[in-house]
Design a binder for this molecule. Sequence first.
Ligand SMILES: Cc1ncc(C[n+]2csc(CCOP(=O)(O)OP(=O)(O)O)c2C)c(N)n1
Ligand SMILES: [Mg+2]
Length: 294
Amino acid sequence: MMEQVDGPRRDAAASAYPNDTRVKHVRERAGWMRRRLLKMIVDAGQGHPGGDLSATDIVATLYFDILRIDPVDPTAAGRDRFVMSKGHCTGALYTALSGAGFFAEAELDTYLKPQSRLNGHPNRTYLPGVETNTGPLGHGLPVATGIAVAGQIDDAGFRVFALTGDGELQEGSMWEAAMFAGHRGLGNLTVIVDRNGLQQGARTEDTNALEPLADKWRAFGWEVVGVDGHDHASLLAAFDDAALPRSKPRCIIAETVKGKGISFMEHQAAWHHGLPNADQFALANGEFDMDMAR
Ligand SMILES: Cc1ncc(C[n+]2csc(CCOP(=O)(O)OP(=O)(O)O)c2C)c(N)n1
Ligand SMILES: [Mg+2]
């Protein structure tokens, strides 16, 4: 039976809860997201399981603890903004938005179907909670940077978070945005790099090497933090540390595993875009069960 989840905690600042409670909460929701997004992909007949699963723990930590958002008032001026720059990972984004209360869980069943609001890439005019359209790589961070500049000009208290793929960092537009964010000292902007080491068909380092990646961000005027992108306690600590005011933008390089949580998908470029068969689907769900029983 599907686990029931509730939305983000709105009764008090999440950070007021003890850390072990916060970790347990995020872990449960990440587990639910993994199971639910895989079902979406299987029902739809296609999707991007590798990148969805590498991003799941990061996105769960943001949506179920860190972000100050309210599904009842999704365009509130003071809300934090999350931009899914790696816009192909709608499995992770839509499950998080649904789990956080922006739309009913049943709508996840319409993923990629005709007339659905749940397109393969997110569309802000269709779905509440989507801040900007993404999908063409290299666009999300520039838009997030623009939003952060607006927040800086208005001296608004909101924070902007953008999740990028590592392969996506081969787009020149990402570095234009990084340079401008450093120039403006956008302390309200946090980029999380989903550093799974793989792009569509190969390793990033064999295609167009990114290393030394932390040095590149630092050279553009950013603070850089490294984190295990599947360790909820470390992710929470890294995000807590993003409290304002700050004078520099912040890059969290999250070491991740593409396909995380499904043994036969982990580290496999072939699962960037793929569809598990019935046996593989059953195997994956068994592994999710075992993980949640730990
Ligand atoms: C401009 C552009 N070129 C190519 C693509 C096709 N594409 C979709 S995902 C992807 C690979 C992305 O790799 P990465 O950013 O590392 O994402 P992840 O590993 O997290 O899935 C490519 C080439 C695209 N969406 N946009
Ligand atoms: Mg990648």
